[in-house]
Ligand binder design. Structure first.
Ligand SMILES: [Zn+2]
Length: 94
């Protein structure tokens, strides 16, 4: 199982590829199915990041992450249902 640090390294790489999508391998299962979703107050440039793998359903959660220019971010004002759309209930690595 990948450690939190390994997930953080993967996050860093995927983050730097934004707003393009990355085909980086998952640090846990090696599938290229990593997903990254930001949620934050509109226009703040900061929010929390949900980063997970659609194959093994593991990932990490980061708060106060800078949201890069051009990256899609969900509004904190949106309903819980809207905010979590497409974000599975994955296992958090801590
Ligand atoms: Zn995986």
């Amino acid at each position: 199982m990948a450690t939190f640090d390994e997930w953080l390294d993967a996050y860093d790489i995927v983050y730097r590829t934004l707003p393009a999508s990355s085909d980086l391998q998952c640090p846990n299962c090696s599938n290229r199915t990593l997903r990254l979703v930001f949620t934050g107050p509109p226009g703040s440039g900061y929010g929390y990041a949900s980063f997970w793998c659609d194959s093994c359903m593991e990932g990490i959660h980061l708060s106060r992450a800078p949201i890069p220019e051009g990256a899609a971010a969900r509004s904190l004002d949106a309903s819980a249902e809207e905010r979590s759309r497409g974000v599975p209930n994955y296992r958090l690595v801590t």
